[in-house]
Design a protein. Structure first.
Length: 88
């Protein structure tokens, strides 16, 4: 019989004046990674994580189009795709 593991994941959601901020906390196994902070603005998404070696925050900016592509890609098998949306 397989041992059942708890799949608890901790995150926070905050609504600031101009962005929604989601913080993902790594509460998995050792070694733990630094928290990931996702800032959702109207025109883009930024992803931030502290680099403990340099003690600086690394920021990646995604356009809304890139975010939509990423969301679609998470459920697809390996391959090359072009996301086409019909106007509604």
């Amino acid at each position: 019989m397989r041992e059942r593991r708890s799949l608890e994941h901790m995150f926070t959601i905050e609504h600031d004046f101009d962005a929604t901020v989601v913080t993902l906390v790594d509460d998995g196994g050792v070694p733990l990674q630094e928290d990931v902070v996702i800032n959702a603005f109207e025109e883009c998404i930024t992803i931030e994580q502290l680099n403990p070696r340099t003690d600086q925050v690394t920021t990646i900016t995604l356009s809304i189009s890139q975010l939509n592509d990423l969301a679609a890609a998470l459920d697809l098998p390996e391959g090359v795709y072009k996301l086409v949306r019909s106007d509604e």
